[in-house]
Design a protein around this ligand. Structure first.
Ligand SMILES: Cc1ncc(COP(=O)(O)O)c(C=O)c1O
Length: 392
């Protein structure tokens, strides 16, 4: 007789045999550039802690004080009795930061993306999604009744062809602002141009950009100087913005109001905890008044990218702190990450099916908190292991 233990047990065994089983390494310290993992201290190059705020003293203090002032939890969804002054304050901060009319908080950006498309689009409408978009955009679009179009990754000719052939009432182009496997920014200038030409709206998921990318750190729209042309921005507090959790949608009053009325992950899920909300307000105070985190991140990113290229490695992207070091061979990429770990460098190897076959890589993520000594130590380790494995 069928039995779930056997069925899932066999599936799990298959995942292990396919080499795609995910082992969670357990960290025994706070999230920092140096962490204790597997009983030893390693330099961390795989967190999304771009601005080094995950263990920031001022942010922790804001969270602790908020527990005293506002309590631990709200035990309610927002529309029953779960909205405090600070929730509105944070929403206003995020709106001002992006120059948008309003913002709505979610428990995560996964929920923000999951609750967006089905709420604002109907079957008369159409969505145009980059094929490499994040899983949460894909799932969010699946839930909607709109006509679904998928364009080849960053392929503007394909996007134009699809837009041209659609007679939908509303057209929405949806893209990651930064593609996190490649550290590459979406071609938003061209996307905005096409949106204007075909009367479409633009939605950008800026999880890997908010707070640090672009002249003012306002994300991929700021980077391409088209921030005001982006209709809908979704993003997370779980990466550069303190790294705890929470997400949001910033857009026009009508879009945000509709989400408040009808978006299921918002309506039927508990409010963000006060400590998180107050700490995220502090994050915005910091990034708006102190450029030093962004400046150090930019400096570290350019330094590491330049030096790793000089060592002879092939990398992707231009100036994003995600630095994919291309190995192309899946076994070698895994071996490289293992050898680097022996030298106390913590990086992750990515291979098929996370990236295309033959595109195996080591993904390095730079933080503003990395010291020059840590970067130089890592570069030396990459040089040594790369040479031993005949990669450079
Ligand atoms: C592009 C992108 N969108 C959405 C998410 C989900 O964000 P959150 O962790 O807030 O759910 C992530 C996180 O991995 C992401 O990288």
């Amino acid at each position: 007789m069928a039995n779930i233990k056997n069925i899932l047990g066999n599936q799990l065994e298959q995942i292990k045999q396919d080499g795609t089983y995910k082992h969670e390494r357990i960290i025994q310290t706070p999230q920092e550039t140096e962490i204790d993992v597997l009983g030893k201290t390693v330099i961390n190059f795989c967190a999304n802690n771009y601005l080094g705020l995950s263990n920031d003293i001022a942010i922790k203090k804001a969270a602790i004080e908020a527990i005293d002032e506002w309590g631990f939890g709200l035990s309610s969804v927002r529309f029953i009795c779960g909205t405090q002054t600070i929730h509105k304050d944070l929403e206003n901060k995020v709106s001002e930061f992006h120059g948008k009319e309003d913002t709505i908080l979610y428990s995560s950006c996964f929920d923000a993306n999951g609750g967006l498309f089905e709420t604002i689009l109907s079957k008369e409408d159409a969505v145009f999604s980059d094929e490499l978009n994040h899983a949460s955009i894909i799932d969010g679009i699946r839930l909607s009744k709109a006509e679904k179009n998928r364009y080849k990754h960053a392929d503007m000719e394909h996007l134009e062809e699809l837009l041209k052939n659609s007679n939908a009432r509303l057209k929405l182009i949806a893209t990651d602002g930064v593609f996190s496997m490649d550290g590459v920014v979406a071609p938003l200038k061209n996307i905005v141009m096409l949106a204007k030409k075909y009367d479409a709206m633009v939605m950008v998921d800026d999880c890997h950009a908010t707070g640090f990318l672009g002249n003012e750190g306002k994300g991929s729209g700021d980077y391409h100087d088209v921030l005001s042309d982006i209709d809908i921005i979704t993003s997370t507090f779980g990466k550069a913005l303190g790294g705890a959790s929470g997400g949001f949608v910033s857009a026009s009053k009508e879009i945000v109001e509709t989400l408040r009325q009808k978006s299921r992950p918002y309506l039927f899920s508990n409010s963000l905890a006060p400590a998180l909300v107050a700490a995220c307000i502090k994050v915005f105070d910091i990034i708006e008044n102190d450029q030093s985190h962004k400046e150090r991140l930019d400096k570290n990113t350019m330094y590491f990218r330049e030096k790793i290229k000089q060592l002879g490695f092939d990398i992707k992207g231009v100036d994003h702190p995600i630095v994919p070091i291309m190995i192309y061979d899946e076994k070698k990429a895994v071996k490289m990450s293992e050898e680097l770990l022996k030298k106390n460098i913590y990086v992750i190897a990515f291979s098929y099916p996370v990236v295309a076959t033959g595109q195996a890589r080591i993904r390095v993520q730079i933080s503003s908190s990395h010291t020059s000594e840590q970067l130089d130590y890592a570069l030396q380790a990459f040089h040594n292991v790369g040479t031993e494995l005949n990669i450079i």
